[in-house]
Design a protein around this ligand. Structure first.
Ligand code: B12
Ligand code: SF4
Length: 465
């Protein structure tokens, strides 16, 4: 992310202003500015790949453009947000915890200039009382389910402080986002190449650390396989090629096996490549990875989280059976699918042995893309409520799973961080990479590992505090 002053200034020519129908009450349609704020520091995910296409904000833009002229600015790709908001009536901003401070800055400036400000996304949903201090209205959860009410209130200038759907829309009633909104020459090549796609939303499980049930509801909703295929084909048609890469945004694409198996069957032959978050217990069945491979899967993101049964218990992640980890890995790798494996550190049950066990597991199983994170109680979750008295600060900029925000019970912060860095360095040492990857078949996975090798060598405990 370039410093603010070196960012290109917005010019009228690169703003996608769209023609919109006249408003229902005769007043001119409200002009919307939609903003994705930048992150405070470069996140690991953005160090080796470009920012992902902003699906949530794009969905807001897709709905808004049907009634209003919209302009979209994504600070993560260097687009600037104007200091003067007089060209807009409504400023709508998306925020996660890590970038909410910047979202509030923009919101406060726009409010001071008399604009209507709408805040939405993960953090405003989880902390609506805080977000209300910086907004005319806060939308809780997905915009699609409150849109009809919101659109009328915007146009009549009768915004309410909070919008929350009584019932969430069936996913089959939700149209896909209009990706052409982002396809402007100035944005060419600035986003990660994988196209985000959603097959399912919501989760009934309710792990204490997770935001998902509050954002997308406690009911697991699925689209139909035809609906998903139609969206894939929409992208193939608009981009004029079949060989596209997709990334499923679902928390867990496999919670309803009838849906996922039918979807995979129907994806065979489409000529696309994809990755997805998937539940460990689903992969215990060997035919699933085989089917996934035939459907074009190249990477599965698996939350192993920990090799310690006590930690898994503390997280309430009953779907993870440590005794099955090696089998699951073998099932997936047998079909040439790479594993992006997530591991979390800093829970109260963790000791120095947790790092050694994780290292041994990764090396033994040749996990291609290990991802390490520090346990972070995200505001609004049950775990956050429990951890409140132990939090060292509430500087949301550092709630990015790469900062230690409390001291775990069995490790002091220094031992937590030195072991964390040591693990990074060993797993991503040249020897570590060589042992895990097949050098004869270099791919983007090899490149990513090489990038993380250099990143790991520079790590210092202070940057995680
Ligand atoms: C896929 C994913 C990723 C991907 C891609 C992210 C992306 N495309 O933006 C990757 C791996 C890159 C990633 C990275 C990170 N992620 Co992530 N990610 C997700 C996941 C699983 C899905 C996100 C998604 O695209 N959903 C689909 C879209 C359509 O939903 P949406 O963005 O929420 O938008 C809807 C509503 O929120 C609302 N809305 C959104 N914006 C606005 C704005 C307005 C004005 C309005 C009215 C409404 C509105 O309407 C939208 C349409 O329905 C979520 C979990 C989840 N279920 O949300 C976690 C999640 C968002 N990620 C999380 C975290 C912590 C991170 C990282 C900080 C950690 C890391 N690994 O480094 C980084 C931060 C990256 C960043 N730049 O912000 C946390 C955020 C917690 C928090 N309180 O902020 C979540 C909630 C996971 C969790 N359960 O804890 N992530
Ligand atoms: S972590 Fe996964 S299983 Fe647990 S509540 Fe969140 S989405 Fe559901």
């Amino acid at each position: 992310m370039p410093p603010v002053d070196s960012m290109r200034l917005a010019s009228a020519s690169d703003l996608p202003l769209l023609v919109s129908p006249p408003s229902r009450n005769g007043s001119p349609p409200k002009r919307w500015l939609l903003v994705h704020p930048r992150n405070p520091a470069r996140l690991l995910v953005e160090t080796f790949s470009k920012p992902s296409l902003p699906l949530g904000l794009l969905m807001v833009a897709t709905l808004a453009q049907q009634h209003f002229p919209v302009t979209l600015r994504d600070e993560r790709i260097g687009e600037s947000v104007p200091e003067d908001f007089s060209a807009y009536d409504v400023v709508a901003i998306t925020a996660r915890t890590v970038n909410v401070r910047r979202a509030y800055q923009i919101a406060d400036q726009a409010l001071a200039q008399g604009r209507r400000v709408i805040l939405g996304g993960v953090h405003p949903t989880m902390q609506p009382d805080e977000a209300r201090q910086h907004a005319s209205a806060v939308v809780l959860g997905e915009i699609e389910s409150v849109w009809d009410e919101l659109v009328a209130d915007v146009q009549h200038d009768t915004l309410k402080p909070l919008y929350q759907a009584q019932t969430l829309k069936p996913l089959t009633d939700i149209e896909h986002a209009d990706f052409e909104l982002l396809r402007t020459p100035v944005r060419q090549g600035k986003y990660a190449f994988r196209i985000p796609l959603v097959g399912t939303k919501g989760c009934p499980v309710g792990c204490t650390f997770c935001c998902t049930p509050q954002i997308y509801g406690k009911v697991y909703r699925t689209r139909t396989p035809e609906h998903v295929i139609a969206e894939i084909q929409y992208h193939q048609a608009r981009l004029g090629r079949r060989a596209l890469h997709f990334s499923f945004m679902d928390d867990n694409i496999s919670a309803r096996s009838v849906f996922i198996e039918e979807l995979l069957e129907r994806m065979i032959g489409l000529g696309v490549r994809w990755n997805a978050n998937i539940s460990m217990n689903f992969l215990q069945q060997p035919h699933i990875p085989e089917l996934a491979r035939r459907a074009g899967c190249e990477v599965l993101n698996i939350g192993f989280e920990s090799l310690d049964p006590e930690t898994i218990k503390q997280m309430g992640k009953g779907s993870n059976r440590i005794g099955m980890y090696d089998t699951v890995v073998a099932n997936v790798q047998r079909h040439g699918i790479a594993i992006q494996g997530y591991f979390i550190f800093g829970l109260d049950t963790d000791t120095e042995a947790s790092f050694a066990e994780t290292y041994a597991f990764i090396m033994r199983n040749r996990i291609e893309m290990p991802v390490f994170t520090l346990a972070t109680p995200f505001p609004g979750t049950p775990w956050y409520a429990e951890m409140q008295p132990r939090l060292q600060h509430k500087n949301w900029d550092k709630y990015d799973v790469q900062h230690s925000v409390y001291v775990p019970a069995k490790l002091d912060q220094e031992r937590l961080l030195t072991n964390y860095i040591k693990l990074y360095r060993e797993v991503f040492s040249w020897r570590g990479i060589q042992r895990r990857l097949n050098w004869n078949r270099p791919s983007w996975v090899t490149l990513a590992n090489v990038g993380i090798h250099f990143f790991a060598q520079r790590l210092k405990p202070q940057q995680f505090v």
